[in-house]
Structures are given as C-alpha cells and as structure tokens.
Design a protein. Structure first.
Length: 193
C-alpha cells in the first residue's frame, strides 16, 4: 500500500523548495498591533481634516465660511478720512493649521520611531560585536585601547548632547500640541508588537 503524504505534511522536495525561497517569512515580517493601526488611522484622518480645512480656506471666499468683517478692532481710518473694515480670520482659518500639525506630527513621529527602532537594534548588535572583538583583541595583545582618551571623548559627547537637548526643549515648548502628538507617535512606534 502506497501512502500519499498528508496535506499538512511536507515532503523533502517541498522543504528544499522552501529553503530556496527568497524573502522574509510571515513571522519575520513585522505587523502593527491593532492599537497602533487605530492610532495611526485616527492621526491620518485628523491630518487630512486639517489639510482639507486649509484648502477650504484657500479656495472659498472669506465671507462664505463666516469670516467676520466687523468687530471691536475691525475699523480703521485711512488718510482720506474714509473708514475701512479689516477682515477678521474665521475659526477655520485659525485652527486648520493646528489640526493638521497635530495629526501630521503623530504620523511623522510614529514613522521615525518605527524605523529608528530597527536601526537601534542593528546598531546595538554591531556595537556589541565591536566591543567584544576589541576587548578580546586587547586581552590577546593584538590591540591596545587608550581608555583615558575613550573616557574623555565620551565626556565631551555627553556635554554636547546636553547642550543640544537644551535647545530642543525650547523648540518643543514652543509647539506643545504637535510636539506632544509627535511624542505619542514616537512612543507608539517604539511599542513592541
């Protein structure tokens, strides 16, 4: 009696064919969690709404969407004595850029963190291999490491980073809503699957 392989079993020919396949397996491909997908979709929707609001204010005359032409400071006199009315920006004109910045900042922060997470993993592995190789070569007498110079360089790098984060703090506090949503995007991009 000749038995055929079961549908779920793989033959040696199929295993060899799978080994020759190029590309990541399904397990190797990173997927976004449902929470990440939802947050990203909401942020994209908010950014699109903000962009739509800005396009609307550019395309439609100001009087059509409620831009006020009268208010306590709306009147001024020109040199001829005639009174003119200055147009006041509507709430759409005021809030459209902020709405766009909030959504767009999240999306950009998420993308940066998602890419940066992979970059950091690769860099840390290579750095670890380099340190182990360097220390191993020093122990074997093939290499001499000047630890005092290394420590001085690390101290200068830390001082430089400290000075740069001070200017970043000023930038971040000047744009709190986009910075906050960008930070949330970065944190959710770093979140494990």
């Amino acid at each position: 009696m000749n038995q055929q392989p079961d549908h779920f079993e793989t033959t040696s020919h199929e295993s060899a064919r799978r080994a020759d396949m190029v590309g990541p397996t399904e397990k190797e491909v990173r997927r976004l969690t449902p929470g990440q997908t939802t947050m990203l979709a909401i942020a994209m929707l908010v950014a699109l709404i903000g962009a739509g609001m800005m396009i609307y204010t550019w395309m439609v005359p100001a009087s059509a969407y409620g831009a006020s032409t009268a208010g306590p400071d709306a009147y001024s006199s020109d040199p001829t004595g005639a009174t003119t009315v200055a147009a006041q920006p509507s709430p759409i004109q005021i809030y459209a850029p902020a709405v766009f910045q909030v959504g767009f900042s999240f999306v950009i922060g998420f993308a940066i963190a998602y890419v940066f997470k992979t970059f950091v993993r690769i860099t840390l592995v290579l750095l670890g291999v380099g340190i182990v190789a360097g220390v191993g070569m020093q122990v074997m007498g093939m290499l001499e490491i000047n630890w005092a110079a290394f420590e001085a360089y690390a101290h200068r790098a830390m001082l430089y980073m400290h000075s740069q984060t001070g200017s970043f703090e000023v930038l971040a506090t000047g744009m709190i809503p986009p910075a906050a949503t960008g930070l949330v995007g970065i944190l959710s991009g770093f979140k494990r699957n």
